[in-house]
Design a protein around this ligand. Structure first.
Ligand SMILES: NC(=O)c1ccc[n+]([C@@H]2O[C@H](COP(=O)([O-])OP(=O)(O)OC[C@H]3O[C@@H](n4cnc5c(N)ncnc54)[C@H](O)[C@@H]3O)[C@@H](O)[C@H]2O)c1
Length: 287
């Protein structure tokens, strides 16, 4: 069986936070493999998961049933979590799917939340629904969704119990390459990892936009400056290109940066860099 082994623990990191697969897993699930379900299986993220697990059960807006989904051992949830007008995140679809899951429940199931969700969602779900929830945010890109899903830089697993962690890692281990880095953490940490990662990448974009504006003004070739900066391996060359319209756009960065800014304001913790970045992107895009 394809397993992630202890040798995959990244050296130098606290083993409490980054951990390789080294636990005995549920024998029953090893024998037959966990039956996988995917809610949102026709979407960008859901399709990548669905295709990675042959024989899995799929459900989307127009296909599939909750009676069938109730047969899965592990259900990956990959439904949209769009922005509301005020920038906050609309969680209604995910909650309505969980209402249906609850109504049709026939056995113990693990729900792995792959959707990008407001930090604290796992806690809310755990106290309102009778399932074991694992937070495992997704980092794939829309352009290479299926390849990215199967060759991730890391997999983040925020579980509330060792049993749930073991079962989810066992499923991942069947499809991911040996050596895949596993970040084992609390659900709230997994939820935050997704937002801090996307906000950081979006910040690189805004940084690059500001750098290019200055370069243009003083007669410097931004591409040369970018090359010289990005060859520093601590910086890298991703997200430093400046598009015609400038700033960042797409399905994820605008939604996630605004959503995280809204979340931090609601909990009363200043995240000024991120708030400023959201403001700057709006200004750039509206020019
Ligand atoms: N697209 C990306 O590159 C990407 C990357 C990482 C994380 N995410 C996150 O993953 C989540 C899903 O994003 P996506 O881009 O795959 O979305 P998508 O719009 O491509 O797909 C959504 C899927 O959910 C289904 N769906 C919608 N409403 C439903 C309902 N009420 N009941 C059942 N199924 C329903 C759709 O039919 C579709 O299969 C979001 O939270 C997003 O932020 C997206």
């Amino acid at each position: 069986m394809h397993k992630l082994s202890p040798k995959q623990v990244r050296p130098g990191y606290d083993k409490g936070f980054i951990d390789g697969y080294n636990q005995a897993v549920d024998d029953h699930l090893i024998e037959r493999g966990a039956m996988i379900g995917v809610i949102g299986h026709s979407g960008v993220v859901g399709k990548a998961i669905y295709n990675a697990f042959p024989g899995s059960i799929g459900l989307s807006s127009k296909e599939g049933s909750y009676e069938e989904m109730a047969k899965a051992d592990i259900v990956f949830m990959a439904v949209p979590t769009p922005s509301k007008k005020d920038g906050s995140i609309n969680m209604d679809i995910l909650y309505s799917c969980m209402d249906e899951m609850q109504k049709h429940k026939t056995k113990e199931q693990i729900v792995v939340v792959k959707s990008t969700v407001v930090p604290g969602t796992n806690k809310y779900l755990t106290s309102n629904y009778d399932f074991e929830f694992v937070s495992s945010p997704e980092f794939l890109t829309e352009l290479n969704a299926e390849t990215d899903f199967l060759t991730p830089d890391r997999v983040v697993i925020g579980a509330n119990s060792k049993e749930a962690f073991d079962k989810v890692i066992d499923s991942y281990s069947k499809i991911l390459p040996d050596g895949t880095q596993i970040v084992r953490c609390k659900p709230i940490e997994a939820e935050l990892i997704k937002y801090y990662a996307n906000c950081f990448l979006a910040m690189k974009v805004i940084y690059a936009n500001e750098a290019k504006t200055l370069c243009d003004e003083v007669g410097a070739d931004y591409d040369k400056v970018k090359l010289g900066v990005s060859l520093d391996s601590r910086i890298g060359d991703s997200h430093l290109s400046v598009t015609e319209k400038g700033g960042y756009s797409g399905m994820c960065f605008p939604k996630d940066t605004k959503g995280f800014s809204d979340y931090s304001k609601k909990i009363g913790i200043k995240q000024e860099l991120i708030e400023t970045m959201v403001k700057l992107n709006k200004e750039i895009r509206e020019k």
